[in-house]
Design a protein around this ligand. Structure first.
Ligand SMILES: [Zn+2]
Ligand SMILES: [Zn+2]
Length: 148
């Protein structure tokens, strides 16, 4: 969240209503059209706006460490990719971009210029309308829902 908000200022805050974002860790079949496949391969998926579901494969060895060890998967990297989808970004074919579809550990993880370009393009007037969130300003002051 921190990574994207440095570019487009996403504010995540608590609301009393039902949360449009639902994040969960699941094994195998978990009630949607994309069952998880155990360790490796698929790590997570997110439904495009305005669905708000973000699911992580519970079978992976998730890690918050900044070094790569024992085939662990860095949660921050994958979450940043998935949040990219959540705000409406598709995949990038630029290797090293957060939105590149294949995970590889990055020691000094940060948004790639390609990601920033994508995010800025996305938050045009059209997409603000499309997202249907309380989006009054473009790029800055985009207010999005609640996170647990
Ligand atoms: Zn799912
Ligand atoms: Zn993806």
């Amino acid at each position: 969240i921190q990574d994207w908000s440095s570019v487009i200022q996403l504010d995540f805050y608590k609301t009393s209503g039902q949360s449009p974002i639902r994040i969960g860790f699941y094994d195998g079949y978990h009630g949607d059209s994309d069952p998880f496949d155990g360790q490796g391969h698929v790590l997570a998926h997110t439904f495009f706006p305005t669905d708000g579901r973000m699911h992580f494969d519970n079978a992976e060895k998730w890690s918050s460490k900044t070094s790569n060890n024992n085939n662990t998967i860095n949660l921050r990297q994958v979450a940043t990719h998935e949040i990219g989808h959540l705000i409406g970004l598709g995949h990038s074919n630029v290797k090293g971009a957060v939105m590149f579809p294949y995970y590889s550990f990055q020691k000094n993880f940060t948004l790639h210029p390609d990601d920033i370009k994508g995010a800025l393009k996305l938050f045009s007037k059209y997409h603000c309308t499309y997202l249907k969130y309380s989006c009054t300003y473009f790029i800055k002051n985009l207010t999005i829902f609640e996170i647990f």
